[in-house]
Ligand binder design. Structure first.
Ligand code: P53
Length: 488
C-alpha cells in the first residue's frame, strides 16, 4: 500500500493546551490565560477589569471595552493555567509516544515563555532550557519535533498594549522571537510551522453574525501583517539553517454546495477562495489571489501593504502546506433548516454524514477531496497536522478505556490519505490532534477528549494527572508499525 517508508506518523498538541505551568520559570501570560472554561453550549469568556475597576467578561474572540485590562479574576476556572501539566510530565509523555512508535510529535513554542512580555531584548533562559530539554528528549526517542511558532498565544502584554496583530510593530517582535527559536534549536528541530490555522481570522468573520466593514478591514489587515511575519520567519529560518522545512498551517475544511443550484455552486467556489485559498495562495505562491481584490472591494477594505511587504511575501513562500482536517461544511444560498457548527465554521446539515457529540461532521472522503485539491493547486509536500474525534471517554473499573468510536473515526481517514497518495499526492506526514488528552481550544473542556493517552483530569481541574493507555493507543501503534496497512 501507499504510505512512503519514511512517512511521519505521530500526534499533535499545542503549548497552551498541554503544558500548563502558565506562570512558572518566568513565563508571561497569554490570552489563553485570561480565558475561562466553557461547554458545548456555553461560551468561554475572556475576563478583564474595566476602567472603573469593575470585573467583567466578553465571549472568547470578542473585544474587551475601551480602557479595560485583561485580568485573572477569582471565581473563575482558567483551564489553560495548568492544562495537563505537560511542562512537568514531558518525559513520561514522550516515552508513551515512543511506545506507540511515533516518528514525529507536533507541539508549539509558547512565545511568552521565551519573551514574557514580548518586548524583552533577550530571551528567558529557563524557557529556552525547557524546549531544549523537550526536543532533546524527543530526539533521544527517535521522534522528530514539528514545531508551531504561534498557536493563538501572543504575549498578553502585546495584545493589551500594542493591539496584537492589528499593529505592524508586532511583526518585528515576532521576528525577534522566531530568530531565537531558529538559533537556539538549530539541529534539534528541522520542521516548523509559522501560524496555526491562520485562516481562522476569516472564518471568524462568518461566525460574528453581522460583521461591519470595520471588522473586515481589521481582520484582513491583521492577516496581512501575519503573512508578512510568516514570510520573514521563512526567510530567517532558511538563512539560519538551509535544511529547515517550514510550512503554513491552514484550518482545512472541505466546502460543498448544498444543492446543484448554480448559485450554490458559485457560492461554494467563493467559500473556497475566502476561507481556504486566500491564505494558502499568499503563503505558497507569494502573492494574493486574483479574487482578493473582489473580497476587499465587497467590504471597502483598504490595506496597508508596502512594496517591501510584497517583496517579502515573494521571498518567504513556504516549503510545505500543512492543515488541520476535522470536517466538511455545506454552502447554500437557500434558507437553512438545520444549522450545524464546528471548528470555526457553520453551515447546513449534511444528511449523508454523522455528527459528533459536539456537532462536528465526520467526513473522511472530504479529506481525500481536500488533499487532491490542494496538491493540484500548489504541488508542494503536504502534511495533515491535526485530525481526530473529540469524544467522551469512560474509564472502566479495571482502568481500561474502550474508545472504539475513535478508532472508527481514524480508520477511514487514514484510508482516505492512502487513496490520495495512490492518486499522486505527495503527503509526507500525519499528526493526529491531541494524541494525549489536552484542554479543548473551543470549549476549554477536558471531557472533550482526543487522546490515545488518557489524562486523569476533569473540567474543574480536579484529578491526579495520571496518564493511561486507551484501546486506540494499541491500535495506533499497530497502524504505525505496519506503515498504515494494518487498520483493523
Ligand atoms: P477543540 C477552536 C478554537 C481555536 C482553534 O478543537 C480551533 C478550534 C476548534 O473549534 O481549531 C483547532 O479543542 C486548533 C486546536 C484545537 C483543535 O482544533 O475545540 O488548532 O488548538 O484544539 C480541536 O475540540
Amino acid at each position: 500500500m501507499s504510505f512512503p517508508k519514511d512517512f511521519l506518523w505521530g500526534g499533535a498538541v499545542a503549548a497552551n493546551q498541554w503544558e500548563g505551568a502558565w506562570d512558572v520559570d518566568g513565563r508571561g501570560p497569554a490570552k489563553t490565560d485570561v480565558t475561562t472554561g466553557g461547554t458545548v453550549n456555553t461560551p468561554r469568556y475572556i475576563t478583564y477589569i474595566d476602567k472603573d475597576g469593575n470585573p467583567g467578561k466578553v465571549m472568547q474572540f470578542g473585544k474587551i471595552p475601551e480602557g479595560a485590562k485583561f485580568a485573572v479574576l477569582e471565581d473563575y476556572h482558567y483551564p489553560n493555567h495548568n492544562a495537563v501539566d505537560g511542562y512537568h510530565h514531558y518525559k513520561e509523555d514522550v516515552a508513551l509516544m515512543a511506545e506507540m512508535g511515533f516518528k514525529q510529535f507536533r507541539t508549539s513554542i509558547s512565545w511568552s515563555r521565551l519573551y514574557p512580555t514580548g518586548l524583552e531584548k533577550e530571551p528567558n533562559k529557563e524557557g529556552v532550557e525547557f524546549y531544549r530539554n523537550l526536543f532533546t528528549e524527543l530526539k533521544t526517542h527517535g521522534i522528530e519535533p514539528l514545531v508551531t511558532l504561534w498557536h493563538f498565544d501572543t504575549p498578553l502584554y502585546i495584545e493589551q498594549n500594542l493591539g496584537d496583530w492589528k499593529n505592524r510593530d508586532t511583526i518585528e517582535l515576532f521576528v525577534r522571537y522566531v530568530t531565537t527559536c531558529f538559533t537556539e534549536f538549530k539541529g534539534l528541530v528541522h520542521n516548523w510551522l509559522t501560524f496555526n490555522e491562520i485562516n481562522n481570522t476569516i472564518q471568524f468573520l462568518d461566525m460574528m453574525g453581522n460583521p461591519s466593514d470595520k471588522d473586515f478591514q481589521d481582520s484582513y489587515q491583521h492577516l496581512h501583517y501575519q503573512f508578512v511575519a510568516s514570510a520573514k520567519a521563512v526567510q530567517i529560518g532558511h538563512a539560519i539553517d538551509p535544511t529547515n522545512r517550514i510550512g503554513c498551517m491552514i484550518c482545512g475544511i472541505t466546502w460543498y454546495p448544498a444543492t446543484c443550484d448554480p448559485n450554490d455552486i458559485l457560492a461554494n467556489r467563493h467559500a473556497w477562495e475566502r476561507n481556504i485559498f486566500y491564505c494558502g495562495d499568499v503563503q505558497c505562491k507569494g502573492e494574493y489571489g486574483t479574487y482578493a481584490k473582489r473580497l476587499w472591494k465587497e467590504h471597502n477594505v483598504n490595506l496597508d501593504i508596502t512594496e517591501e511587504d510584497l517583496a517579502d511575501l515573494k521571498r518567504g513562500t513556504v516549503d510545505m502546506y500543512t492543515f488541520s482536517y476535522y470536517m466538511s461544511q455545506l454552502v447554500t444560498t437557500h434558507e437553512v433548516k438545520e444549522k450545524v457548527g464546528g471548528n470555526f465554521s457553520a453551515g447546513a446539515k449534511n444528511e449523508y454524514l454523522q455528527y459528533s457529540d459536539w456537532g462536528w461532521a465526520t467526513d473522511a472522503t472530504g479529506l481525500q477531496y481536500y488533499l487532491e485539491t490542494i496538491y493540484d493547486r500548489y504541488q508542494i509536500p503536504l502534511m495533515v497536522v491535526e485530525n481526530g474525534l473529540g469524544a467522551f471517554d469512560t474509564v472502566e473499573a479495571d482502568g481500561s478505556i474502550h474508545d472504539d468510536y475513535r478508532i472508527d473515526y481514524y480508520r477511514p481517514h487514514i484510508q482516505a490519505m492512502s487513496n490520495a497518495i495512490d492518486n499522486g499526492v505527495d503527503l509526507i506526514g500525519y499528526t493526529t490532534w491531541g494524541c494525549i488528552d489536552v484542554v479543548s481550544a473551543g470549549t476549554g473542556e477536558m471531557r472533550k477528549r482526543y487522546g490515545f493517552i488518557y489524562v486523569d483530569m476533569d473540567d474543574e481541574g480536579n484529578g491526579t494527572m495520571a496518564r493511561s493507555r486507551k484501546d486506540s493507543f494499541f491500535w495506533y501503534k499497530k497502524v504505525i508499525e505496519s506503515n498504515g496497512t494494518h487498520l483493523d
